[in-house]
Design a protein around this ligand. Structure first.
Ligand code: DHB
Length: 308
């Protein structure tokens, strides 16, 4: 019997598939559709204290190979998401709140609100690339560690962190070691590569408008970058912090690669723009791989890359 279920602490996911925050998870209707699909749970659109319309359009460009976005955190505000969480509990799938502050203090106010609502877990978004004039929190390690230490005092719920890509092993090692100390339950690796651009030669302009046409790069091209982050984080955390792998997940084979790299779950971003039907395809494809390889459960293959 193939069992695709996985756990992060006390949270049980019947399948290892989630949406990547930002895609198909801004309105109650979208979240409802994810929960009705073969996804094992849902991560909400990154919520802020106030509702936001986001950046001017065009702000998203998608091809088969990649996507570039500079959405600018359009969302309906934390109070809206806290309110709908109680209605969405009926699906009995983990509800994870993604949130981001513009200032340190906002992270704490948001976390208190989320802690008091019917969410099962929190994903602290320290890696939004699209806020004009603002750096990415996760590239300031001391500030990030301080925020997370304080958040751990505010909530006892399952807590994870969404990180951007890093360029050196030492930084990933430092973060993994600190997260073990802070008792972070999971990491989501990775957010979009922060600086992506593409030019439409016919019109001789960049394909998106905000932020000088430069936005977060996602999709298929992200997978080799993300796999390396997962492999290193899994190694440096000694497999003790659960990983949600995000970046270029399109097929069961992609999911299997992430499992071997050390990710227990995967998040689907760019490819989910075509709709939540992807989750039933991923399930069928991953089950086929497991059948052929005679694998019963994900944990048997987690981080089990062979040596040369
Ligand atoms: C947005 C993009 C991100 O990659 C993210 O983590 C949060 C928000 C956005 O532009 O809306």
């Amino acid at each position: 019997m193939i069992d695709l279920s996985v756990r992060i602490k006390n949270l049980k996911f019947e399948t290892p598939f989630l949406n990547a925050s930002g895609v198909w998870c801004t309105t109650e209707n979208e979240i409802d559709e994810i929960l009705k699909s073969e996804a094992g749970g849902v991560v909400f659109k990154t919520m802020t204290l106030e509702k936001r319309v986001g950046n001017p359009e065009p702000r998203l460009y998608v091809t088969d190979d990649f996507s570039i976005n500079s959405m600018g955190l359009p969302n309906l505000g934390v109070d809206y998401y806290c309110q709908i969480a109680s209605k969405l509990k009926k699906y009995q799938k983990p509800l994870i709140a993604s949130f981001a502050g513009f200032k340190e203090k906002e992270f704490y106010i948001l976390a208190e609100k989320i802690d008091n609502a019917d969410f099962d877990g929190l994903e602290v978004n320290l890696s939004c690339p699209n806020l004009e004039g603002k750096g990415i929190f996760a590239y300031d390690l001391d500030l990030s560690f301080k925020i997370l230490k304080n958040l751990k005092k505010i909530t006892k719920k399952v807590i994870g962190v969404k990180l951007p890509p890093y360029n050196d092993r030492e930084t990933i090692k430092k973060i993994a070691e600190k997260f073990l100390q802070l008792k972070i339950d999971f990491v989501t690796l990775i957010n979009s590569y922060p600086l992506g651009a593409f030019i439409d030669t016919k019109n001789e302009r960049l394909v998106i408008k905000p932020n000088q046409g430069i936005g977060g790069l996602g999709g298929r091209v992200l997978k080799p970058i993300s796999l390396a982050q997962v492999i290193l984080f899994h190694k440096f955390s000694q497999g003790k912090i659960d990983i949600i792998g995000v970046g270029g997940v399109e097929t069961g084979d992609d999911v299997y690669q992430y499992i071997l790299a050390g990710a227990k779950l995967v998040g689907v971003g760019t490819r989910l723009l075509k709709g939540p039907k992807i989750f039933s395809n991923l399930k069928k494809q991953l089950e086929k791989i497991f059948r052929e390889k005679k694998i019963n459960k994900i944990e048997d293959k987690l981080g089990q890359l062979k040596d040369y």
